[in-house]
Design a protein around this ligand. Structure first.
Ligand SMILES: [Cu+2]
Length: 360
């Protein structure tokens, strides 16, 4: 009897939990309502099966409990029951699978009339590129990556000159317009995921993957990397702001083209390099320590090292830490920073200058 009571409480509790739980989807902000429908259909199929099977077990425990003089019967064949179970199970499995196949088919049919944006993932930042006025992206090549050309765009390709580069983690999109994200990764597997859009796609190094959706709600939404990609994975966050078309156009007009970034002065270059190399994923500029120590108000101060010695944070220490990070590890930090030995003297100076400006 104890089993019957416990099982009944579990079944009723599970149903109630699903009915009244505050844990539910965030409000939908894209066209992908069908994905919610698919999940709800699956929940219903599984829920009905769970209640039916549990109910049947509870019924059997009560009905066939031990009684003096009663004997079990052996009934190896029951065609009618087998047919019913096979048909019901088949319907259940079809209802579980079919909506997912339909949704996937819609998901991979890219619309022709969509806005195109390239999303680039790297450990541990997102950046974006629009094809510019000509609507054609410039060719890219992994060999061309540098701190000045973080997208690896061919500087001799005329199609690339007007490409608009978003060298920060925040990108804007116009509301109620279809958008196709062409996704590529510079290093390892990442996954571009915006929970409110129900849209998600892996980035595979050496390949382009596509993700399309249509934002339907104004607002700012977080892009979370949904594929474990190293120590800084949790910090690999981006933002998508959905604007009206006018606001979007105004924002886009402020962003630099590839041609402009090639010819920009040294001012702000350190910040830009820190941004695009991904330094900022671990080193904040607001005083909060992350995977690495913050850069805010640290220049000129002393740092305790894991060896127990202290070191003054001066230009020499910063430069050494960029090209050979494990030489002097701050106490309490893991030696996980990659060495940036290929940066030019000029680039290292730019980053060092930038770090200096962050101290009063
Ligand atoms: Cu990632």
């Amino acid at each position: 009897m104890a089993f019957v009571i416990v099982a009944t409480i579990i079944v009723i509790g599970t149903v109630l939990w699903n009915a009244v739980s505050p844990w539910w989807f965030t409000p939908l902000a894209s066209n992908w309502g069908f994905l919610d429908t698919t999940i709800i259909i699956s929940l219903w199929v599984c829920g009905v099966a769970f209640v039916a099977v549990s109910g049947f077990i509870i019924y059997c425990v009560i009905k066939f409990r031990y009684k003096e003089g009663h004997k079990a019967q052996y009934q190896p064949e029951n065609t009618k029951l087998e047919v019913i179970l096979t048909v019901v199970t088949t319907i259940g499995v079809v209802v579980l699978l079919a909506p997912g196949l339909i949704a996937w088919n819609m998901y991979i049919q890219l619309p022709d009339d969509a806005l195109e944006v390239e999303g680039v993932g790297q450990q541990w930042v997102w950046t974006y590129r629009f094809p510019g006025e000509d609507g054609i992206y410039g060719n890219t090549n992994g060999r061309l990556f540098s701190s000045k050309n973080t997208f690896g765009i061919d500087p001799n390709d005329p199609n690339g000159q007007d490409d608009i580069l978003i060298r920060s983690a925040e990108v804007h999109l116009p509301i109620n317009e279809k958008v196709v994200f062409q996704l590529r990764s510079k290093d390892v597997l990442h996954d571009f995921y915006i929970p409110q859009f129900r849209a998600k796609m892996d980035l595979v190094p050496g390949q382009q993957s596509n993700l399309w959706f249509e934002p339907t709600l104004l607002g700012t939404y977080e892009v979370a990397c949904a594929e474990y990609c190293g120590t800084g994975h949790y910090a690999m966050r981006g933002l998508i702001t959905v604007d009206t078309r006018e606001d979007f156009d105004a924002w886009l007009a402020e962003q630099p083209t590839f041609f402009e970034t090639l010819n920009e002065g040294v001012e702000g270059q350190g910040k830009q390099i820190a941004q695009t190399l991904g330094c900022v994923a671990c080193h904040s500029d607001d005083g909060v320590n992350g995977i690495g120590p913050t850069w805010k108000n640290t220049f000129g101060t002393e740092r305790l090292l894991d060896t127990g010695e202290t070191v003054v944070i001066d230009e020499a220490y910063i430069k050494e830490s960029i090209v050979n990070p494990v030489a002097k590890i701050g106490s309490g930090y893991a030696p996980v920073m990659p060495a940036y030995a290929t940066l030019s003297e000029e680039e290292i100076d730019a980053i060092t200058d930038y770090i200096k400006t962050l101290s009063d």
